[in-house]
Design a protein around this ligand. Structure first.
Ligand SMILES: [Zn+2]
Ligand SMILES: [Zn+2]
Length: 268
């Protein structure tokens, strides 16, 4: 039963992440949140674990299976300047830093971005998944820091954001409703964005379906750069992001149904 420990936990960084090496190979990080531990190898799904040793052991397993950290480096652990944040949201690798590249995840990211805007936050990096710390800025006061999407979006999809205190030092809670309604006035139901050298922001189900179909075709052909260019149009900040996210969800459901029908047709 006695086995030699093959991983080494490094020094905890200020965001709570411990770098892990396995047989001296950098394997990813482990971090603790709400009593659970999580193991992250960039480019692979995040794994939940009971304790830090189980989390680190998951990274050992991944390494033994021949996996290595892939894709962009983990999100920067130092606070980004607003300009860096802007640049980050304009490049694909930062739009979805650690999520597996799939239509489902891209649609989820677009929905999270839209909802985040409704709650008065500005993302400073791409949607990292619900259980990863997400660097964002409070639009009520300018505070910057990391928040967990699973915490902000409300539990059981009841739409009620928690906690009531947004972060230490924010404006008094009594002023939040007015501040949020001032922000809501800035949102639009059609895309007013100036034309960049990229696809338009799709605003109806058909346009969204076109984008999703293009992304899927690019992914099928392993053309990640091309998928990236298409994905920008659904993940970039837009004052009409709520409408875009709603249309994307409907388009995604239609896409899934079409795929299912195609498969069923082939099976006959
Ligand atoms: Zn604030
Ligand atoms: Zn737009």
């Amino acid at each position: 039963m006695e086995t030699q420990q093959r991983y080494v936990l490094g020094k905890r960084d200020e965001e709570g992440f411990y770098p892990v090496t396995v047989d001296e190979i950098p394997a990813g990080t482990v971090h603790r949140r709400h009593g659970s531990w999580y193991a992250t190898m960039p480019g692979h799904p995040v794994q939940r674990a009971a304790d830090r040793h189980q989390a680190a052991a998951h990274l050992v397993t991944l390494i033994d299976q021949g996996n290595r950290p892939t894709g962009p480096a983990p999100a920067p652990r130092t606070p980004a300047s607003p300009i860096e944040g802007l640049r980050a949201t304009r490049s694909y690798s930062h739009l979805v830093p650690q999520l597996r590249l799939s239509l489902a995840n891209l649609v989820r990211a677009a929905e999270a971005m839209a909802r985040l805007a409704e709650l008065g936050w500005r993302p400073l990096e791409g949607y990292p998944g619900a259980d990863q710390p997400w660097l964002m800025q409070c639009r009520l006061c300018g505070w910057k820091g990391r928040r967990f999407w699973s915490h902000l979006r409300g539990r059981n999809s009841d739409g009620i954001p928690r906690p009531i205190t947004r972060h230490p030092g924010c404006k008094p809670v009594s002023e939040h409703a007015q501040a949020l309604s001032d922000l809501a006035a800035l949102r639009t139901s059609s895309c007013p964005c100036p034309p960049f050298p990229r696809d338009k922001h799709p605003m109806d189900v058909d346009a969204c379906l076109d984008v999703l179909t293009s992304i899927q075709a690019a992914l099928d052909g392993k053309a990640h750069m091309s998928a990236a260019i298409h994905a920008r149009s659904i993940l970039e900040p837009c004052p009409a992001a709520t409408r875009r996210a709603t249309a994307l969800r409907a388009a995604y459901e239609r896409h899934v149904k079409t795929q299912r029908d195609l498969k069923a047709g082939k099976g006959k």
